[in-house]
Design a protein around this ligand. Structure first.
Ligand SMILES: NC(=O)c1ccc[n+]([C@@H]2O[C@H](COP(=O)([O-])OP(=O)(O)OC[C@H]3O[C@@H](n4cnc5c(N)ncnc54)[C@H](O)[C@@H]3O)[C@@H](O)[C@H]2O)c1
Length: 358
């Protein structure tokens, strides 16, 4: 199988690309624009593999996208490319509307034309797998039931609203144009190669650098945490065995308050790397600082994952404890990766500012 993966240089995408190259015989075409969040350094271990190709393309570019489809003739598409950081979506929603909504629309149009031109056999195997988030279901409050696949969409942030829109586009293209699709909605991922702007990698990085560890509000928001390699395995299994036209929730069965996540990381770091603690600090926990809450901050997301468990027999293999230990170990051994991706972002931002000032 030739699988075209969009956003394959991002956090989840790069884990998925490496999983497919290392664990299967399939070919992967990684199509990515390489925004600040996309890093080919995350793919160095497989970049020379003959079954791997990379194309630097923006999903909004219809002509370049069409060329890639004509060149590789993929058997399936896994669509992960997106702007993914909620805080950035609040600071500047435009890029989220462009990539997550317009980009998905352009991709669907290219896929539609490509799909119609396939021969009967290729057509019968083709799948468009759209990767989405639990945030589309909105805030379920502290006492609400975990979201099920057919629950109403109630997105709260520009990020989740644009992801919800892209889910709707996929379903409507499927119904109207008979495009064979599967959607997965997953909870918060964590693990190696996570860009250090999100809660877990930022906490680890700031702790090791002796900087404040910021927590929104009281930190009592609850998220479900899924180890990224468990997610990659689930995505591939859904692509292979999932029923066309269906949606599957993928979760880690690990609901935790943000403050408890941060405290657990600090306590593990106290054991695993006491030497990096700044002088005068007894525990990394001393660095925790409470900041003004994010506007519209949802209290809780959680997923009912019984469908994927019952239909496909999938369940996460990592507990939060085992996954977070692996994540911290990886971060301790790969501090250079974080420095490199942040420097690359600074450079991008610098040249963007220069252009804007011209
Ligand atoms: N990270 C999570 O916890 C999480 C949870 C649920 C769902 N998701 C979804 O999974 C997908 C991947 O998430 P992630 O955390 O790996 O994101 P990420 O931000 O780490 O990576 C996104 C990737 O998409 C690429 N990209 C962005 N705009 C593009 C464009 N216009 N054209 C081509 N490529 C573009 C970036 O360069 C980057 O490599 C997203 O669709 C996200 O909504 C993420």
């Amino acid at each position: 199988m030739k699988i075209l993966i969009t956003g394959g240089a991002g956090f989840i995408g790069s884990t998925l690309v490496k999983y497919i190259i290392n664990k299967t015989n399939n070919e992967v075409i990684n199509l990515d624009k390489l925004t600040y969040a996309g890093n080919l350094k995350s793919l160095e271990t497989i970049s020379e593999n003959k079954r791997y190709s990379f194309e630097k393309v923006d999903i909004k570019d219809l002509d370049e996208l069409s060329e890639v489809f004509n060149k590789y003739k993929p058997d399936s598409v896994m669509h992960l490319a997106a702007e993914s950081h909620v805080d950035r979506s609040i600071a500047g929603p435009e890029g989220f509307v462009q990539t997550n909504i317009v980009g998905t629309y352009v991709l669907l149009e290219v896929v539609r034309k490509y799909f119609y031109a396939l021969n009967k056999t290729k057509k019968s195997h083709f799948k468009f797998h759209h990767i989405s988030t639990d945030e589309v279901y909105g805030d379920i409050g502290f006492s609400g039931n975990p979201s099920k696949e057919n629950d109403t969409y109630k997105p709260s942030s520009p990020y989740s609203a644009t992801k919800a829109s892209s889910d709707h586009l996929v379903r409507s293209w499927a119904r109207t144009y008979k495009l064979p699709f599967i959607i997965t909605n997953s909870s918060n991922n964590y693990g190696p190669y996570h860009f250090p702007e999100k809660l877990i990698p930022l906490t680890i990085k700031n702790a090791l650098e002796g900087k404040d560890i910021p927590i929104y509000g009281k930190g009592d928001q609850i998220r479900d945490w899924l180890y990224v390699e468990d997610h990659a395995k689930a995505l591939y299994q859904v692509l292979k065995e999932g029923t066309l036209g269906e949606t599957y929730n993928i979760g880690g069965n690990s609901e935790k308050r943000n403050i408890d996540v941060v405290i657990q990381i600090c306590e593990l770091l106290d054991e695993m790397d006491p030497a990096s603690r700044k002088q005068g600090i007894k525990s990394y926990k001393d660095l925790i600082t409470y900041t003004e809450d994010r506007p519209g901050h949802d209290l809780r997301y959680a997923l009912d994952t019984s469908k994927i468990q019952e239909e496909l027999g999938w369940q996460p293999s990592e507990t939060f404890k085992s996954g977070i230990m692996k994540t911290i170990e990886w971060n301790l051994l790969n501090r250079k990766w974080s420095e490199d991706v942040l420097t690359a972002e600074d450079l991008q931002q610098e040249s963007k500012n220069k252009l804007e000032n011209l």
